[in-house]
Design a protein around this ligand. Structure first.
Ligand SMILES: NC(=O)c1ccc[n+]([C@@H]2O[C@H](COP(=O)([O-])OP(=O)(O)OC[C@H]3O[C@@H](n4cnc5c(N)ncnc54)[C@H](OP(=O)(O)O)[C@@H]3O)[C@@H](O)[C@H]2O)c1
Length: 346
């Protein structure tokens, strides 16, 4: 049975990627598109300044955008993908959940709430059962699940592979080189970023530091205990369009050689959800890969790429990369939607 789905914030950078991924989806039928009051009432083709490098799917172009309000979304829609600014998400996502909709959200609001699962399906699918606690505590018929920040999604799968192979992670430092699409279409002006790098992305470092510990934590059926690894991050915006590249240093309790890390990451399993990449972590032998322009579409943009493994004074060092609006945002949300469906939450 096809599930009727909608997108909250359908006209933005992530919303457009969601349209691209959901329009041809075999299990989901796109039945609702919402945005701000400025776009409500317009055809999608007029409301969205389409910037995805493929045409707007014809049937979506002719859909009418509505207000982002539970009363404006048809009752037979079961699942909503949210790509709203976090301030808007904080206000409206709970209202949709209360009205009975299941929301798979990209927005940063509530990611760290005790009863909100923050999920990367290949890493911590079991955390989804936190929804039982959430429904009980909040009295919702609907539910709220989050995917992490795009730069968190890029490096946490590599840490999960090391932890899964038995390494006790003690300290991690990550330095990011983040693409401009991560800030949304109106995020960074060309005068600011061309011929430049900006060593500050407001609030980003804290997200990497806290979300990673939640994702790697243990859920015992009642509450979630975060992983005690210490994570420190420094975040930089650079003039690439898509694809966040990250330099990572990992200190483990045991000896962790580059060859051990390559084995752990290359063999870390993917899932068989419709949007899962065949291989989750694509390991490059070449020391100068991965690179954003060359490697952001590995696994259809749903895989993580890693390379440049070497020993350093501060433990193992390597680089990783993921497509920030696909694996890091829209694709992550769709994958969570597929997990919600396969686990019977719709
Ligand atoms: N870009 C990324 O790589 C990325 C990665 C991970 C997570 N995220 C998160 O995903 C969310 C969306 O990011 P984005 O880059 O797609 O932003 P964006 O390009 O600015 O798009 C924002 C969307 O929200 C709508 N919107 C704005 N204000 C609204 C309001 N008051 N009521 C209802 N709808 C409203 C906009 O509609 P109008 O067109 O009508 O203004 C648009 O559809 C953010 O929370 C962001 O932090 C982004």
């Amino acid at each position: 049975m096809t599930v009727q789905v909608g997108i909250l914030g359908a006209t933005g950078a992530v919303g457009q990627r969601l349209v691209q991924l959901l329009a041809p989806h075999d299990d989901f039928e796109l039945a609702a598109l919402t945005a701000s009051s400025a776009s409500a009432g317009e055809l999608y083709r007029d409301a969205a300044k389409w910037r995805v490098d493929a045409p707007i799917p014809d049937h979506v172009a002719e859909m009418t955008v509505t207000e982002t309000d539970p009363d404006a979304v048809p009752d037979d829609v079961d699942l909503l993908f949210s790509s709203l600014p976090s301030s808007v998400g904080a206000e409206v996502e709970p209202a949709f959940c209360e009205a009975g909709y299941v929301v798979s959200s990209n927005s940063s609001n509530a990611r760290m709430a005790d009863d909100v699962p923050l999920v990367i399906p290949e890493i911590n699918a079991g955390h989804l059962d936190l929804l039982e606690v959430q429904r009980e505590e909040r009295g919702w018929d609907g539910a709220l699940v989050k995917n992490p920040n795009c730069s968190t999604i890029t490096f946490v799968p590599t840490l999960a592979a090391l932890a899964d192979a038995g390494y006790e992670l003690e300290r991690v430092h990550v330095s990011t080189l983040q693409a401009v699409s991560g800030a949304g279409y109106d995020g960074v002006s060309s005068m600011e970023i061309i011929d430049n790098a900006v060593p500050h992305i407001g609030g980003e470092e804290g997200k990497l530091e806290t979300e990673s510990r939640k994702l790697l934590g243990e859920f015992d059926g009642v509450s979630l205990t975060e992983h005690d690894v210490g994570v420190s991050a420094s975040c930089n915006r650079i003039p690439t369009i898509d694809g966040h590249l990250e330099n990572v240093w990992v200190e483990a309790a045991e000896e962790l050689t580059p060859a051990d890390a390559v084995d752990a990451m290359a063999s870390y399993p993917s899932l068989d959800l419709p949007s899962s990449p065949e291989t989750l972590i694509h390991v490059f032998d070449e020391p100068d890969r991965p690179q954003p322009r060359l490697d952001r579409t590995v696994g259809g943009g749903m895989a993580v790429a890693a390379g440049g493994f070497q020993e350093s004074t501060f433990g193992l060092q390597y680089n990783c990369l993921a497509h920030n609006t696909i694996r890091g945002a829209a694709g992550a949300s769709v994958l969570n939607g597929e997990l919600l469906r396969s686990e019977g939450y719709l």
